[in-house]
Ligand binder design. Structure first.
Ligand code: ARG
Ligand code: ASP
Length: 723
């Protein structure tokens, strides 16, 4: 008995200790590290200073990090503007350069000289020059009495002035973003380079090894990287593409460590995380996983099952649907992991306990109590109120996204709006028509009416089942009754008579004179159905949904401020991700996904060979790689005759962090971030250090592929390797 209680109090001490030794949660603003995080980071093993990470007076780590096209992160790894990002970030560019003869997705691509590097129209790389706090100026004209809309318009006006007068060079840009739900505003001076060329990529059998089956999964064996180069004008400044542009001379580039990592090593990830919601009240977390994730997964489950069935039987359909399938499946899988992770870590209970503590502290402080009385309760109540409306929205949006006939109609209705505006102008009208033609040509190239009809049938049933009659349009309900609620009968009629099942029919419709086109369109059964559905949402759901959401936004801002005031001195706050530059830090560590299962933190090339399925589209392995494996020909990149591939750590990352550098205690590059573990994807709403891990590819695997596999030694020679 005694022993047991000693043991359990010891355990308690340990738990408390392990919670307080270090906190890996957080996506921190780089300019605030010296105040908020430096001490803790050093305690965890960091050997550099916060001023080596962010410094506006000399080259620092931040000068090696770019937002890659606005959707991923990349880092500079040579004095000649060479940048590293993920294969899945470069995918679109690689695809555009690929053809049947030169299939770079399939075979990889390596430029042997600067001249062979391939330009990518529209692709950008953005550096952060400086970050300023402008909260005071931005909110100077705001008063308590203002409504949300008034408040926003006063702020917007101020922001426009601030932006105009901000100090910057002629080639720089200024961007302002709200933080902490609008409690803070920061201004970013940026430099955007517009000539970013493809330098190299491994074949998909390395860069996308494991594909959808392994997506979000640990243990992982993907060499998810590609390389680009930033080009500048002769003056070193951003310039539009020109063959006379020169490789960028960066302010800073990352040295590369050949040492690798071991358990508990300090790691840091810098990049541009897209969106998180860490400060929601418990009812919102509950709603996210129990209602909204559930609804979206339910719809996508049905759609993906049907598409998968067709893709397995039909090669043509497989090609048409592969990219769409991957993108639908990406978040479908992520949301399931989120539901699981919240359950496993009692995420809702954790929030509720946090709220009990918040209330205790609030009630102990008369001034704060007066200022924030009822804020949290009202917010939680509002989330309960918005619940059915948000659920109806998600079923509606998943229906119209996945049954693609609705997307085709959306595009058509957009075209009729454009055409109507151009009615008096023959050239403008012709242009609107050609634009539409191009859009739908691309759309129907990857559309199969049989597949779509089956998706339609299946999703319609779920929609009607889950969205109450009062949230649907009366005309929709009437026609549903007309078909006795038989979605197959409805689909038989719609897909047999609508013009929106093929390019030729839609194109013919678009060629008609405007009035005639509209006449036919309104009689098209798919258009009618789409309009009924849309009206149902617009009239029965959106007004209440939007009003409640506006109210929630305002109170969420107050609750954010309240949390910061109530926990002042007890807890540091980091702002939710909003696609701005952040630093997150953690430690190399495995985890336990379920009872009796322990995951190690490293994977090896042996694991690639274990997963190898000859000829499989997800798990094939290139012959050259097998040969290198058999000979253990790893050059200077192997470790005791083995080749490391991926590793995990407790860095707090999210979508947009793909391509971010993983750095060691000295700020040297050790890996490339590309994913998270499935059970830990709930880190977007409730990070938990016990199971939240980010997945990185070991930099030595990257170099091994570039050097030994592809023989592109010239690239490795540009880099600065340190032992
Ligand atoms: N899950 C990763 C992210 O959210 C990788 C997605 C790309 N890979 C894939 N198999 N779809 O972006
Ligand atoms: N795979 C994600 C990305 O592309 C990263 C993540 O969600 O962890 O940004």
């Amino acid at each position: 008995m005694l022993l047991k209680s000693v043991k359990s109090s010891l355990l308690l001490v340990l738990i408390v200790l392990s919670q307080h030794v270090y906190a890996t949660e957080g996506m921190w603003l780089p300019q605030l590290l010296s105040n908020l995080n430096e001490k803790e980071m050093k305690g965890m093993g960091m050997k550099i200073n916060a001023s080596d990470i962010y410094n506006i007076n000399k080259g620092s780590l931040k000068d090696a990090i770019v937002s890659f096209g606005g959707f991923c992160t990349a880092e500079v790894i040579s004095s000649q503007g060479l940048i590293l990002t993920n294969h899945h970030c470069g995918y679109g560019s690689i695809q555009k350069h690929s053809s049947l003869e030169n299939n770079y997705l399939e075979n990889g691509f390596w430029a042997k000289t600067f001249a062979e590097e391939l330009p990518n129209a529209g692709l950008t790389a953005t550096f952060i020059v400086r970050i300023d706090d402008i909260t005071k100026e931005a909110t100077a004209g705001v008063t308590k009495a203002m409504s949300e809309t008034e408040r926003q318009s006063v702020i917007d006006q101020k922001l426009a002035e601030i932006k105009k007068s901000a100090k910057r060079e002629s080639w720089q840009d200024v961007m302002i973003k709200p933080f902490f739900e609008g409690n803070k505003y920061y201004l970013f001076v940026t430099e955007t380079y517009k000539d970013v060329r493809l330098v190299g990529t491994p074949p998909s059998s390395i860069g996308k090894f494991g594909s959808d089956t392994d997506n979000w999964v640990w243990p992982r064996h993907t060499g998810d990287f590609s390389m680009f180069r930033i080009y500048a004008g002769k003056d070193g400044k951003p310039a539009e593409y020109s063959k006379d542009n020169v490789p960028l001379k960066p302010k800073y580039f990352l040295p590369i460590s050949m040492k690798g990592v071991k358990k508990d090593d300090f790691t840091m990830v810098m990049g541009f995380p897209g969106r998180t919601m860490e400060y929601l009240p418990s009812e919102a977390v509950k709603q996210t996983v129990e209602v909204l994730d559930f609804a979206k997964v339910e719809m996508r489950d049905a759609a993906l099952k049907i598409i998968d069935g067709y893709m397995r039987k039909n090669e043509q359909i497989k090609i048409q649907y592969a990219a769409k399938f991957a993108s639908t499946a990406n978040y479908w899988k992520k949301w399931q992991g989120e539901m699981l992770g919240i359950k496993k870590t009692d995420g809702i209970g954790k929030k509720q306990r946090y709220e009990v503590e918040y209330n205790r502290l609030l009630n102990a402080n008369p001034a704060l109590k007066q200022q924030y009385a009822g804020v949290l309760d009202t917010l939680n109540a509002l989330y309960v109120q918005i619940n059915p409306y948000a659920q109806a929205r998600d079923y509606y949006s998943e229906l119209t996204k996945n049954a693609e006939i609705y997307s085709a109609i959306d595009k058509f209705l957009e075209y009729t709006d454009n055409a109507e505006k151009q009615k008096g102008n023959a050239d403008g009208y012709a242009k609107a028509r050609t634009d539409f033609q191009n859009t739908i040509k691309a759309f129907y190239a990857n559309f199969n009416a049989g597949v779509d009809k089956d998706v339609f049938i299946s999703l319609m049933d779920i929609y009607v089942n889950k969205v109450p009659e009062k949230f649907r349009d009366a005309k929709f309900n009437a026609s549903w009754k007309k078909y006795n609620g038989d979605s197959r009968k409805l689909a038989d009629y719609v897909y047999a008579t609508s013009a929106f099942t093929s390019f030729d029919k839609v194109n013919a419709l678009a060629q008609l004179p405007f009035e005639q086109m509209m006449q036919q369109a309104v009689n098209d059964p798919a258009v009618q159905l789409a309009i009924f559905l849309r009206e149902g949402f617009a009239n029965q759901v959106a007004p209440t949904l939007n009003a409640l959401q506006l109210d929630i936004n305002k109170r969420q801002r107050t609750y954010m401020k309240a949390q910061m005031d109530v926990f002042e001195g007890k807890k540091n706050f980091y702002p939710d991700a909003n696609s701005t530059l952040r630093v997150t830090y953690g430690k190399v560590d495995g985890y336990s996904p379920k009872d009796a299962v322990e995951y190690d933190y490293y994977t090896w090339l042996d694991g690639v060979m274990e997963k190898y399925i000859p000829g499989d589209y997800e798990f094939d392995v290139p012959a050259k790689l097998i040969e290198l494996y058999k000979k253990k020909d790893y050059g200077k990149y192997g470790v005791n005759g083995r080749m490391p591939v991926c590793f995990i750590a407790s860095n707090h990352t999210t979508g947009g962090n793909s391509g971010s550098p993983a750095l060691n205690a000295y700020g040297q590059l050790i890996g490339l971030n590309f994913d998270r573990t499935w059970e830990g994807t709930m880190s977007d709403i409730n990070y938990d250090p016990s199971i939240c891990r980010n997945i990185m590819v070991d930099i030595r695997y990257v170099l091994f592929i570039v050097d030994k596999f592809a023989g592109c030694t010239r690239l490795v020679e540009e880099m600065k390797l340190v032992n």
